[in-house]
Write a protein that binds this ligand. Structure first.
Ligand code: HEM
Length: 442
């Protein structure tokens, strides 16, 4: 890896001009009450609107799109042409067809293909956003960290850390579950996977938040700030990388530093892979930890079912991940002109596979808006994607959630939601910032 990393980065763009409108943020200036989905002309519906998600109003919009416009077109000045796929079968068909639909132009709504990046945009390179053969080689290099054998060896440690977080919680007193449990546990997990200095572990959470945040949404103010913090992340990990080059410890960084195909990675590629592993293992699991508590409170009959039969936990975990859908969509780009249903997709068009909507498709999941912990086909959810990019950490995420619920059920009769929930300002990361709860002992 080049040692001049940061210098290269600093000179590449002019920080003074490093502001631009990020695709997907175009509608952020829309103020006032969100109209009912039924009251707006179909062609004006654009589901990539962060506020819809923050105010939990996206459901009615997706319901209408599934019924009336399952392959829905939008065009914006910043992002160009893009399509929203909202039915289960269409999403799955595109997800597994990596020959016609590329990941290499980005996995979130982005700038039109071929357009140079605006000044200030950090062009990080990560294997979730690559096509074969490069994707396959890099995935293969890092995937042993989360192999079933490695995971089996990690379970005891995960259980111990989970138990210690739960044992420190106040009983009968209101607190924010997101901060004290979901963030804390996923941060400890990340520190383990990266063998990261334990006392500095909150930096990992910060970098994960910064990588996916929308400027002005409470985490970062500007693109410039994102850039600066991520460059800091790269600097920090460059030091760890050097250390692990000498003394490998079996963590993610050691694997990248020694893997035949990854040891000479370009700095931005190294940063990209780190961010992928940090974000992959952070927001998603964190929001599933909060989502499960919220869902069981919204459906108390299911909480009763769980109290009566804890063997349902593994299936419940899959159902929570379906119900929550921690990443609302993934993007692909058409490699050539194709037709989906009656719509002509042009080469270069972006396609947003709205997993969130596919997971509520009634033709696949009966009573789809309800959490049903013994749902027979919960595992068919779209939340981990399908095909060659299917989530690499899916078993780790399920393991963490299973252990969490096993340990919760050993201690508490109920984790009761007692106040209003606050949701993440993002149409990509579907999550929570506040979940006020009170614990009731067994
Ligand atoms: C409930 C938790 C999680 C959810 C919902 C989730 C979701 C996803 C999704 C939707 C994709 C892309 C799939 C596609 O494009 O077809 C993905 C890829 C990925 N995830 Fe996860 N993820 C979770 C947890 C994790 C964890 C804990 C890790 C940490 C190791 C992780 C690491 C990755 C990686 C490395 C990829 C890229 C795989 C590739 O491109 O080949 N994820 N994840």
């Amino acid at each position: 890896m080049a040692e001049t990393t940061l210098e290269n980065q600093k000179s590449e763009t002019n920080p003074e001009t490093a502001t631009f409108v990020r695709p997907g943020s175009e509608q952020d200036s829309r103020k006032g009450e969100i109209p009912k989905a039924a009251d707006v002309p179909l062609e004006t519906i654009n589901p990539a609107w962060n506020r819809l998600f923050q105010e939990d109003r996206q459901w009615e919009y997706f319901e209408r799109l599934r019924a009336e416009s399952p392959v829905h077109f939008n065009e914006s000045e910043v992002a160009g042409r893009y399509w929203s796929l909202t039915r289960y079968d269409d999403i799955k068909a595109v997800d597994i067809d990596h020959e016609n639909f590329s990941s290499a132009h980005g996995i979130t709504l982005g700038f039109p293909v071929g357009q140079p990046l605006p000044d200030g945009a950090l062009n990080i390179s990560l294997f979730i956003a690559m096509d074969p053969p490069k994707h396959d080689v890099q995935r293969k290099t890092v995937s042993p960290v989360v192999s079933p054998r490695n995971l089996a060896g990690m379970e005891a440690l995960i259980r111990e850390r989970t138990a210690s977080v739960l044992d420190d919680l106040p009983i009968g007193e209101e607190f924010n579950w997101v901060e004290k449990v979901s963030v804390e546990l996923t941060t400890r997990m990340l520190a383990t996977l990266f063998d990261f200095p334990y006392e500095e572990r909150h930096k990992l959470t910060r970098w994960s938040d910064v990588a996916t945040a929308v400027p002005g949404g409470g985490i970062i103010e500007t693109e410039q700030q994102r850039r600066e913090e991520l460059v800091e992340c790269l600097a920090y990990f460059t030091e760890i990388w050097k250390e692990r080059k000498e003394n490998p410890t079996g963590d993610f960084v050691s694997m990248l530093a020694h893997g035949e195909e990854t040891k000479d990675m370009e700095p931005l590629e190294f940063l990209g892979n780190l961010i992928l592993l940090i974000v992959g293992g952070n927001d998603t699991t964190r929001n599933s930890m909060s989502g499960g508590v919220l869902a069981l409170n919204q459906f108390p009959d299911e909480y009763d079912k769980l109290r009566n039969n804890q063997e349902l936990i593994p299936n419940m975990v899959a159902e929570i991940i379906r119900w929550q859908t921690p990443l609302a969509y993934m993007r692909r780009t058409a490699n050539k002109d194709v037709t989906i249903r009656d719509k002509e997709i042009k080469a270069g068009d972006q396609l947003l596979m709205w997993y969130l909507s596919g997971n509520r498709d009634e033709s696949v999941f009966e009573n789809a808006n309800k959490l049903i912990i013994d749902r027979h086909n919960a595992r068919n959810h779209l939340s981990f994607g399908f095909g060659i990019h299917r989530c690499m950490g899916n078993r780790l995420a399920e393991l963490q959630l299973r252990v969490l619920w096993e340990e919760i059920m050993k201690r508490f009769h109920k984790v009761e939601v007692v106040g209003p929930v606050e949701r993440t300002f993002s149409s990509f990361v579907k999550g929570y910032t506040e979940l006020p709860v009170v614990l009731h002992k067994l």
